[in-house]
Design a protein around this ligand. Sequence first.
Ligand code: ADP
Length: 576
Amino acid sequence: MAQVYTVLLVAAAINNLALLYLLFKRPERSSVVISFTLFLLAITVWGVPQIFINWLGLYQDLYVQVDRISALGYVTLPSIFFVFSLAFSRKLSILKNTLVSLYVFIPAIIFLYLSWTTFLIDNHSEQAIIINEWGYNSQPGAYFAYFLFWLESLMVASIGILISFYRSTANYIQRKQVILLIIAVLIPLILGTITDGVLPLFSIHIFPSAVPLTTVMAIVIGYAILKYELFDLEADTILASIGEGVLTVDINGKIQNTNAVAAKMIGKKSDEIFFKKVSQVISADTKQLRERLLKAIEKGKKFTSSEFVIKNRQKGIPISITVTPIEINRKIVGTTILMKDIREDKKREKSKDEFISIASHELKTPITSIKLYADILANKISQNTPEHTLVYKLQDQVDRMLSLTNDLLDLSRIRTGNMQLNLEQFNIVDLLTEIIDTMQKAEPKRKITLHANLTQDVYADKNRISQVIYNLITNAIKYSPPTSRITVTCTMEDSKAVVHIRDYGQGIPSEQQNKVFDRFYRVNGTTTDQTSLGIGLYVSATIIKKHKGKIWVTSRPKKGSIFSFTLPLADSQQKN
Ligand code: ADP
């Protein structure tokens, strides 16, 4: 029997030393690793002396000495395991509570002292040593029951902490890890306590299973380390070394991990952000944007935007956000949120905006003068002469330059918030007819038709709306074959005027459709021999949105596009 026990203890020691070796080989030194290393050391210090006790045969006085070393392991074990559970569940901050700390650490010191110096925990009286078939054993001392109570309370609390961590995380891998940990703790807790703790209190000495069973605990946790990368340490180290803020979030939007950069951006400590909802630390420019972010997190979809603000103690910091799903075994378990501080980018953009504003203002005057002189020249030169053709080309190019400069001016007005609307009541069908007539004359080879059944007036800025219509029809012309038709319809839907401009041209791929209204965006592979800055749709969209209207596109590549917008009717506006 003694041999069996010795073999078990030797196996346990080898296992624990191997795990310690594995841990030492890992470069990371986080609180989880340190506390788990201490835990392994404690069970080794507890178990290894037991091997010698069995070999020591009848030297009972030596048993007493060796068992004192053992005590160093088993008395400190509950505190160490409790700290490990806290570190694993990222709740180490609980130890800041003085009462908790006192309860966890002070009894360990007292019990260790008592077990070394008195008979109160372990009855080391040589007369009281019991010789069993598996070796020596000692009668519990007077305060052993208190020790047992303290030990069990910490182990049960550790299980409680692990269960609450299990409930708060939706991460599939973390859940598996926690289940393994709980099983690992429960086995020695129940069986080991009975054989080594409760029964000796009643002077019943059966096979002491606690040491081998605690080793089972280490084996299960060791398995969890190897199979599920228990501590996720490489990931943590990589996270810490990324220069941008990173949050990993479960599908409920709760923050599961973070790095120092993210914590600094948010203006809090990492501990304080864990398990907070993303929506509590990041706010969006608009409600719609916020909903898109939360949906991306919930569904585990990709998402990018640069219109977010992070709530810092002093001020809001503008950030760009990239949400990427985390997939494990083809299951989406959460998302990673990459946060980039874009204060510097914004500053750079501001100086670009200022440059565009100054340049377009400065260009406008000379170009307007050139246009004036070209018009005068055109009137002076008799038609159908080669000179007139040249002047006509000059006028055409100057018009184009003027329109580009106007676009740039509008852009800087929008960026500086200086675009004003002069609202009035007018008939949009008349306006459409007028514009289409003019454009039809310039494009005699194609047919531009208007279908309108709207009788009410709209309430809008006539010049700006005519700019939008002009821009959309110009695009329809620009991005479709020279003879294909263009149809414009104007109707009333949901008490709003709706205008659709349809072309049968190259169309826009679906993934780029929502981007065409962005500043400077040009669709990849668009063929046009005309100047293109990617500003027209941005300006048009801003104008429509300023009127509280909507603008959108539906399109199929090679089939054509329909650009549509809505405007409020005069009646509904006046009622407001
Ligand atoms: P620009 O036409 O000056 O490039 P816009 O802002 O008007 O700028 O348009 C942005 C981009 O959207 C264009 O570069 C083009 O790729 C695409 N686009 C706009 N209108 C159409 C259309 N009717 N058909 C196909 N593509 C279009």
